[in-house]
Design a protein around this ligand. Structure first.
Ligand code: ADP
Ligand code: NI
Length: 194
């Protein structure tokens, strides 16, 4: 088996692992988000010189220990998966460092230190903007009992700021289109409720 094949197998198993992990969660924070982040990340990774295996694993495992969903500490779920697949310690640490550096609330204004981290952070942030970002924002608001206007407020608190916080050129370009779509949406929304 060559290295590429071996890596593919590990990534496939990571997909199965997160699918199972999130299936026990009824809270809307579904595995589809993880898979979109994974696809965004691989799209950006194609344009940059980086370790694609690290990018793929960090993207797939980035919410595996999200404190909103799991009461784990020290990246327990992500680590368990990687340890049970005999990954070496440096790689496991690299993936965990990335996971810990992508969260928006914990890392406001801070950039991850590695290109792999920057890519995964961009990939996660791309899923918070554009049409998908709008949908997620209202889904989140609804499930937390918020009215429409407080979800609209979240656009100004976070979603409209993300475009300028992208790390990579590729994500900046994708973010531009998604940002414009949100601006248009807000304009139309305002027109209709006035
Ligand atoms: P992630 O963990 O994927 O970075 P979050 O868990 O912070 O994202 O948020 C999940 C989704 O819910 C995102 O699309 C985010 O914009 C949205 N969201 C988070 N907080 C709020 C809020 N206060 N009001 C509306 N939407 C929110
Ligand atoms: Ni996420």
């Amino acid at each position: 088996m060559d290295t590429a094949e071996m890596n593919d197998e590990l990534i496939k198993e990571a997909m199965v692992y997160v699918e199972e992990l999130f299936s026990n969660n009824s809270d809307g924070h579904d595995v589809d988000h993880t898979f979109r982040v994974y696809r965004n990340a691989m799209r950006i990774a194609d344009k940059d010189e980086c370790d694609k295996q690290i990018v793929a694993l960090a993207a797939l495992l980035h919410d595996a220990d999200d404190h909103k969903l799991f009461q784990t500490e020290n990246n327990y779920n992500a680590r368990s998966f990687m340890e049970s697949h005999n990954m070496n310690v440096e790689k496991i640490e690299a993936v965990c460092n990335i996971i810990n550096s992508v969260s928006f609330s914990k890392n406001r204004g801070k950039r991850p230190e590695t290109i792999e981290g920057m890519i995964v952070q961009d990939a996660d942030r791309l899923d918070a903007i554009g049409a998908i970002g709008i949908a997620r924002c209202f889904a989140f608001g609804g499930s937390h009992g918020r009215d429409l206007d407080s979800s609209i407020a979240h656009f100004h608190e976070k979603l409209l700021l993300l475009k300028d916080e992208m790390n990579t050129a590729c994500a900046k370009q994708i973010a531009e289109e998604r940002h414009q779509f949100m601006e248009k949406f807000l304009e139309q929304y305002k027109k209709e409720i006035e």
